[in-house]
Ligand binder design. Structure first.
Ligand code: AMP
Ligand code: GLY
Length: 427
């Protein structure tokens, strides 16, 4: 069985590693992949957003199944195009991917179906948006671009001046292009954030173990927002009681809502949650696996990922397919100096073996390039050093021991991944 995985990050590396464990022994191809992925799968030079190129490749190379993980190709309709060409694919249709690609769509969905989320208003005019913020006069306030903006379209304003600046950046200067044509202005929520990825087949939803991302660039949640600097799984804040509420108040209602809107969700549905005083609420949905959540969630999966994915595509997902290992996982990101701002590429990475790995931990490669026996940095987030262990504390110790062995010039690592959660457990 030939399986093509679309994408090039640590998330894709984690998906590929798990797919390789499948009883169906698939032959795996990745487009475009990266240096570390090339040790696990054949990499082919097709851009993740090249829909026609991907369909042509899949047809001409007799690919049996395609796994589409990044947000852009999903929003552009890659799964629809593959299906039209007769190739089954994991991931939502273009219509269902709007749950991530349009904040206006997802906020209106939640309002219509009573799914708990922050109060909000939608604006198409910068003048009206500014008037609303002045009238509300409540800070912090959250200003979000409607469309995909490389994870940078959410601005939190601490006062009126910052809010005006945010509206100008998104709507007038169009810093993120057309994604800022409309904005959502919403209430600022406080609480612990939890990520819950789930398998969905259009009807049934099965949550994976919970996880916790660390989005800011620097220790103690300071510095700029990034794609994520490290994750732990499961999140100790996500108790069985919280999980039950989320299932009843958020996960199942979201699946029903998508079906009722004529765009049932199939693939990985990611719930970005915040545990407020008034219960769990949705901060955002993603129409795909999270990065780097996937790197700490999938190592704990006890089921056959390929069978689960195919069941999602075929609408035949069953509880019995998905089980979880006990214990915990931690993933610490090694990033290029300067990330999420500008950074240099092409630094040689020292400390890994020929396969780009270490003995005790798994290294998921994100921005790396392989050439003549050596690995070089090739992106902002470079490596995700990941460990599993019976306890979170041990998983973190193991992951950081790995981090200490692998280095490159200018490397930046957060030293406090999981620290808050560990403290939370003790208290
Ligand atoms: P997003 O890109 O939607 O994940 O948002 C990025 C980050 O902004 C989230 O992880 C939260 O930390 C923060 N955020 C988004 N919306 C809100 C909100 N309504 N209240 C508080 N924080 C928020
Ligand atoms: N780590 C957050 C995301 O994948 O959107």
């Amino acid at each position: 069985m030939k399986v093509l995985v679309v994408g090039s990050g640590g998330r894709e590396h984690a998906v590929i590693r798990k797919l390789k464990e499948s009883a169906w022994k698939p032959e795996i191809i990745c487009a475009p992949g990266n240096g570390g992925i090339s040790a696990d799968a054949e990499c082919v030079e097709i851009k993740a957003t090249d829909i026609a190129g991907m369909v042509d490749y899949a047809l001409s190379h007799k690919v049996d199944y395609v796994v589409v993980t990044p947000d852009d190709p999903l929003a552009l309709g890659m799964v629809d195009a593959l299906k039209e060409a007769g190739i089954p694919a994991f991931g939502p249709t273009k219509a269902a991917a709007r749950i991530e690609a349009s904040k206006v769509f997802s906020k209106n969905l939640m309002e219509k179906y009573g799914i708990p989320t922050a109060k909000y208003e939608v604006f198409e005019s910068a003048r009206e948006a500014a008037a609303y913020v002045r009238k509300e006069n409540t800070y912090p306030t959250v200003i979000k671009a409607d469309g995909l903006a490389l994870g940078k379209g959410v601005l939190i304003a601490q006062d009126e001046a910052e809010a005006m600046e945010a509206i100008r950046t998104l709507m007038v200067d169009k810093a993120f292009g057309e994604s800022g044509t409309r904005v959502v202005i919403e209430e600022f929520l406080t609480g612990i954030e939890v990520s819950v990825l789930s398998f969905a087949d259009g009807e049934t939803v099965i949550p994976m173990v919970s996880s916790m991302d660390h989005k800011r660039a620097l220790d103690h949640d300071e510095g700029l927002n990034t794609g994520g600097m490290g994750t732990i799984a499961p999140s100790p804040y996500y108790t069985p009681e919280v999980a039950e509420r989320c299932m009843n108040e958020i996960f199942v209602p979201t699946m029903k809502a998508m079906k009722a809107e004529g765009c049932p969700f199939s693939g990985c549905l990611y719930f970005g949650l915040i545990l407020t005083e008034n219960g769990p609420k949705v901060i955002e949905y993603n129409s795909r696996f999270g990065d780097p959540e996937t790197q700490s969630v999938l190592p704990l999966l006890d089921g056959d990922l390929l069978k689960i994915m195919m069941a999602c595509t075929e609408g035949k997902l069953e509880e019995s397919m998905v089980s979880w290992k006990s214990g915990a996982a931690a993933c610490v990101i090694e990033a290029s100096g300067g990330y999420p701002g500008s950074y240099e590429k092409g630094k040689e990475i020292f400390g890994m073996n020929r396969m780009g790995q270490l003995d005790d931990v798994t290294i998921y490669h994100a921005g790396t390039r392989y050439e003549a026996g050596k690995y070089y940095t090739n992106g902002g987030r470079v490596l995700g050093i990941t460990a599993t262990a019976p306890t979170l504390k041990e998983a973190l110790e193991k992951a950081y021991a790995g981090v200490d062995k692998v280095t490159f010039e200018g490397m930046h690592v957060r030293r406090d991944i999981g620290a808050k959660a560990l403290k939370g457990i003790k208290e």
